[in-house]
Design a protein around this ligand. Structure first.
Ligand code: ADP
Length: 363
């Protein structure tokens, strides 16, 4: 079939891409009717304008306009950019390619062909997000297997040893000791499993807050009594209000309790016997500011940047039990409460953790 003017006209009228011819100043001199669906303006409306006139301000503000526009008059270039569709607020992603028009009298300079790629950009974004969640989950699983093989083994071995001992020694005192030791190990296993489940929930973005007015002093007193004094009777823990009068804090009880418990248990377990752990809470400027100070082993400088990463444990703790999961959960929980957490630590001298929780949460 020989292309006639009528054939060219049919192609121009029915092409789904927007095809434009630009003059030497890049002004559009011809546009196919598809401009209505691609740019949201009729071809008559876009004649006399430039493609760069339609760039979304949000998109341009992220880029240098002069660098960006250089692509628009570059034969052979392919550029992706965002426009507002017509006069609406809808943003669309477009991709244009340019080719040079060689004409004797040089009235025209370029031909552009533009396509709406919004769906494929969104699809790529969705795929990238899914991939990153998938990668996080796969990293989580492989870390979990290595922690499980090390940390879960110890309590199981202790339980096994106790069972063997109970089979041969039948005295009531030995039975009591054996049962108590097994109960402790089962508690430890349960809390490790609870941590893993919590971390998985956080990784998948499934943690939600059940908000209520909380007394931080009451929660901290409960943690000191039940999680510290019993398990670490040789650590002297003190709790005080450093400044202001106690105000309630809007938060999720179990998450805030977890934050306090993890930091307090760490302060105790990384301390030597007969050293103090001092806790104080200041109420000022609409924030509760909690400070937990120990005189324990401290955190080596080279490990300090990584301790909020899940499964990370510093190099000086190999003989103290743990999974390296707690602090990463604490950090996420503090973030969910729009709070802040930081620490200072000197190896061999001790560590101080600081948390700030706002009184109210605008979620
Ligand atoms: P775990 O206590 O199970 O090892 P965490 O996630 O709670 O894991 O803490 C991560 C790491 O941070 C710990 O293994 C330890 O190296 C370091 N760390 C946290 N708190 C303290 C502390 N108070 N003193 C010394 N090291 C600490």
């Amino acid at each position: 079939m020989v292309a006639t003017d009528r054939v060219y006209q049919l192609i121009a009228e029915h092409t789904t891409d927007l095809v434009c011819i630009h003059d030497l100043e890049n002004t559009i001199r011809f546009a196919t009717p598809s401009s209505k669906s691609i740019l949201g303006f009729s071809s008559d409306d876009i004649i006399g304008r430039r493609l760069t006139d339609f760039l979304a301000p949000e998109f341009v503000s992220e880029m240098d306009f002069s660098t960006l526009t250089r692509f628009f008059d570059h034969p052979g270039s392919r550029i992706r950019y965002q426009v507002r569709h017509g006069n609406s607020n809808r943003l669309r992603w477009l991709e244009s390619t340019f080719s040079r028009i060689e004409e004797g009298n040089k009235k025209y300079s370029l031909l552009s062909s533009t396509r709406d790629i919004t769906e494929s950009v969104h699809l790529t974004d969705d795929l990238m997000n899914a991939l990153s969640t998938e990668q996080q989950l796969s990293r989580f699983k492989s870390n979990l297997y290595s922690v499980a093989s090390h940390e879960f083994k110890t309590p199981l071995a202790v339980i096994q040893a106790n069972i063997e001992m109970l089979k041969i020694k039948k005295s009531p005192k030995v039975i009591d000791m054996g049962l108590e030791s097994m109960e402790e190990e089962i508690d430890r296993l349960n809390s490790m499993i609870a941590d893993m489940l919590q971390l998985k929930k956080l990784t998948m973005g499934k943690t939600t807050l059940k908000l209520e007015d909380l007394s931080l002093m009451a929660i901290m007193e409960d943690v000191v009594k039940n999680d510290c004094t019993k398990a670490f009777p040789k650590i002297n823990t003190t709790l005080s209000i450093a400044k202001g009068e106690e105000c309630t804090v809007r938060g999720d009880y179990s998450l805030v309790r977890y934050i306090f418990s993890n930091l307090m248990v760490n302060a105790c377990k990384f301390s030597k016997d007969n050293t103090p752990v001092k806790v104080s809470i200041a109420f000022e400027d609409n924030f509760a500011k909690i400070r937990i100070e120990d005189q324990g082993i401290g955190i080596p400088r080279e490990d300090q940047a990584s301790i909020f990463t899940s499964f990370y444990r510093a190099t000086n703790v190999s003989n103290i039990q743990g999974t390296g999961v707690g602090l990463s959960i604490v950090k996420e929980f503090v973030d969910l409460h729009k709070g802040k957490i930081s620490f200072e630590s000197s190896p061999g001298e001790g560590s101080t953790f600081f948390i700030e929780l706002p009184y109210t949460l605008d979620i």
